[in-house]
Design a binder for this molecule. Structure first.
Ligand SMILES: [Zn+2]
Ligand SMILES: [Zn+2]
Ligand SMILES: [Zn+2]
Ligand SMILES: [Zn+2]
Length: 284
């Protein structure tokens, strides 16, 4: 692990297009992944400085991206809250949000298919099922018995029931996948859900909504719009699609839009900035 000190504004610039810092207590640790073409193509454990001003320094701990191999050391044990999976610490202790004791987890950066999330590969490549290019996601590594699925250990070893050798198991993690799924910009919202906006063609914008596991859905009561000064253009559900559509006539590249989204009735409207330097293309 190495530490890098950057200020929040640099941090947000680094993360542009990948993730936004949630409007949460700033002492909440987060796991974030930088944009694939960013300077550090590796997961970061980020601990934001306490309640500081926007430009106050924060410390990034860079963990190295190592390939999976039999002889490779296990990923380190991290500590997470059963109720707040976005909380990840490298020490045991209490959850800063709910004070529950943190539980151990091994987080590993692996390659997976966004259409087949059960795929776990140690290297980049194509999905064996659909041929789509694999993306990096964070999964939890644990060890289970081939005949006792309820056995779930943090360390390799033997099954306590029948002494069979435990096998590795990878589970999805909330916030383990912040890759855009439709060639757009993917942002984490303050309520821990996610939005992705795309600009597939002139004057056309699409909005996708994902839950904390980055599974697509459109929450009941979801309302969103493109905010343009005093005016706003509503997003409308696309016919037969799991996304919403809005048209902005006469907008040229590079295009910058502000999206206002209310996920549920009781929540405030969150604002998201999106920039497009070209038209979005679906990944293949
Ligand atoms: Zn908690
Ligand atoms: Zn696939
Ligand atoms: Zn067993
Ligand atoms: Zn997330």
């Amino acid at each position: 692990m190495s530490s890098h000190r950057v200020n929040r504004r640099e941090f947000l610039t680094l993360l542009a297009g990948s993730i936004a810092v949630p409007a949460k207590p700033f002492d909440t640790p987060l796991i974030v992944k930088l944009a694939p073409d960013g300077p550090f193509d590796s997961p970061l454990i980020v601990r934001l400085a306490q309640d500081g001003p926007f430009d106050s320094p924060l410390i990034l701990s860079l963990s190295k991206d190592e390939p999976l191999a039999q002889d490779r050391p296990l990923p380190p044990v991290s500590w997470t809250c059963p109720m707040h999976p976005e909380v990840v610490d490298d020490r045991s202790g209490a959850c800063p949000i709910c004070r529950m004791p943190l539980t151990p987890v091994r987080l590993e950066l692996v390659w997976s298919c966004q259409l087949h999330l059960d795929v776990t590969e140690p290297q980049p490549g194509a999905c064996r099922t659909c041929g789509r290019k694999l993306v990096k996601i964070i999964k939890a590594l644990s060890f289970t018995c081939p005949s006792h699925a309820r056995v779930n250990e943090i360390n390799p070893g033997k099954c306590p029931i029948d002494r069979r050798t435990l096998v590795a198991k990878y589970s999805l993690r909330p916030h383990g996948d912040h890759n855009p799924k439709h060639g757009g910009n993917f942002i984490m919202a303050p309520n821990n859900w996610h939005v992705e906006a795309t600009h597939p063609a002139p004057s056309q914008f699409r909005l996708y909504v994902y839950d904390e596991y980055s599974r697509p859905f459109i929450p009941k009561g979801f309302a969103s719009r493109i905010v343009m000064g005093e005016k706003s253009i509503p997003f409308k559900p696309a016919a037969g699609g799991m996304f919403l559509d809005a048209r902005v006539p006469q907008i040229a590249l590079p295009a910058a839009i502000v999206v206002g989204a209310r996920f549920e009735d009781k929540q405030p409207e969150y604002r998201f900035d999106f920039q497009f330097y070209g038209y979005s293309k679906e990944p293949k």
